[in-house]
Design a protein around this ligand. Structure first.
Ligand code: NAP
Ligand code: GDD
Length: 383
């Protein structure tokens, strides 16, 4: 009998990689998808099977984290061995705009899943993974951060996730549920949402290299993040649920980098050297040099003349509109526990991750639909 997993947030970055990973392991994967006016399944289209397909191993259900009744019905119908609760309004800056909704979906949504499992008498059958976050550390109380570091959330998103973290611990202790938190530090990939900083940067680098846009406006360039590859991090989620006893784990690389350095790394992937001058909102990044051979190999010789005209020109500016009311200045995780207890370790270096994303975005932007300027709006309209 194959194991049955239910993934909330199946259409997101992690949901897509996790679905693929579990299907390869022989699982039947059920995914919770909220209704939208357009298909929103790009990341999982290659896995989706038509309802008329026999012996499906990927099945989608309409549902929403804000609707207890549908969550309870779906969990009752699916009778999952494992639930991966990944659904969330996951953008920190946007959570300041929609704080009540974020609390409902990210905080109370987790309670709804746990309570459904309890009410359906599935506590001894169903294991639960809760997508907790390094944002819980916020105004960090210790460097690096580990499982015992006190939390100090700095956004409505992080406060909602704090509730989700503790309600997961509480249901584990109160009802003996196999419920665990993965405290995941930032993880990125070519599937990363376009408005998170790494993807915003790699998309912009690709478009600037192809001459589709002149520059990009960013927010705080000095904050530091511990970035890993989502493909590595979803393996940790799986491992957490395979343990005999539930527990909470930090998943991180242990290396932290500024946004500014990630921008420089991303331009370097296309052979463009960028230097910064000025401070705070007056800081600017401009092109100092071009490695013509590398640029030609990665982007194409036909784009070389145009980018050479940009030497000495500004390609990165700062717009305070992207600053957050309260910022998380530095995140760096100590992954000793996950290494020793789960046997997990990251396989991608930051450079390999950056290269994966930049090359993907150069190819993506070369496709006709992006050449029509369609992707540009997204960069400027959101955070
Ligand atoms: P993501 O790409 O933003 O995906 C979020 C998923 O949640 C999407 O499938 C989204 O559906 C769904 N969703 C949002 N609100 C919902 C609602 N009310 N009802 C049902 N589904 C809803 O996020 P991700 O990067 O994959 O992250 C997965 C989880 O890990 C999130 O909980 C996030 O907070 C957490 N996390 C992420 C990171 C990271 O660095 N990526 C680190 C730590 C923790 P749509 O596709 O319809 O929007
Ligand atoms: N999004 C964005 N856009 N961030 C920017 C920009 C910009 O133009 N300029 C600078 N930043 C800075 C932010 O201020 C923040 O310090 C850092 O880049 C990272 O921002 P995001 O990529 O939006 O991620 P995040 O760290 O706020 O949150 C992500 O990681 C968390 C785990 O630590 C999300 O995936 C959360 O869901 C996740 O919990």
């Amino acid at each position: 009998m194959s194991k049955v997993a239910l993934i909330t947030g199946v259409t997101g970055q992690d949901g897509a990689y996790l679905s693929e990973y579990l299907i390869k392991k022989g699982y039947t994967v059920h995914g919770l998808k909220r209704r939208s006016s357009m298909f929103n399944t790009d990341r999982i289209d290659h896995l989706y099977q038509d309802p008329h397909h026999e012996n499906r191993n990927m099945i989608l259900h309409y549902g929403d984290m804000t609707d207890s009744m549908n969550l309870t019905r779906i969990i009752g119908d699916v009778q999952p061995d494992e639930i991966y609760n990944l659904a969330a309004m996951s953008h920190v800056k946007v959570s300041f705009d929609v704080p009540e909704y974020t609390a409902n979906a990210d905080g109370i949504g987790t309670l709804r899943v746990l309570e459904a499992v309890r009410l359906l008498n599935l506590t001894s059958k169903t294991r639960i993974y809760q997508a907790s976050t390094s944002e819980l550390y916020g105004l960090v109380q210790e460097i690096p951060q580990k499982e015992t570091t006190p939390f100090y959330p700095r956004s409505p998103y992080a406060v909602a996730k704090l509730y989700a973290y503790w309600i997961t611990v509480n249901y584990r202790e109160a009802y003996g549920m196999h419920a665990s938190n993965g405290i995941l530090f930032n993880h990125e990939s070519p599937l990363r949402g376009e408005t998170f900083v790494t993807r915003k940067v790699t998309r912009a680098v690709a478009r600037i290299a192809l001459g589709l846009q002149d520059m990009v406006y960013m927010g705080n360039l000095s904050s530091k993040r511990d970035w890993g590859h989502a493909k590595d991090y979803i393996k940790a989620m799986y491992l957490i649920l395979q343990q005999d006893t539930p527990d909470d784990y930090v998943i991180s690389t242990g290396i932290t980098t500024t946004i500014r350095d990630f921008i420089k790394m991303s331009f370097a992937e296309v052979g463009v050297t960028v230097a910064f001058r000025g401070e705070n909102e007056n800081e600017q990044g401009y092109i100092t040099e071009i490695d013509e051979q590398k640029f030609s190999e990665v982007v194409g010789e036909e784009y070389l003349e145009r980018i050479k005209e940009r030497i000495g020109k500004m390609v990165v500016g700062v717009d305070p509109a992207y600053f957050r009311p309260t910022e998380v200045d530095i995140l760096i995780g100590d992954n000793t526990k996950s290494r020793t207890k789960l046997g997990w370790e990251p396989t991608y270096t930051l450079q390999a991750l950056c290269q994966d994303m930049v090359i993907h975005d150069v190819e993506l932007m070369k496709k006709e639909e992006y050449l029509k300027n369609g992707g540009y709006k997204i960069l400027n309209y959101f955070e």
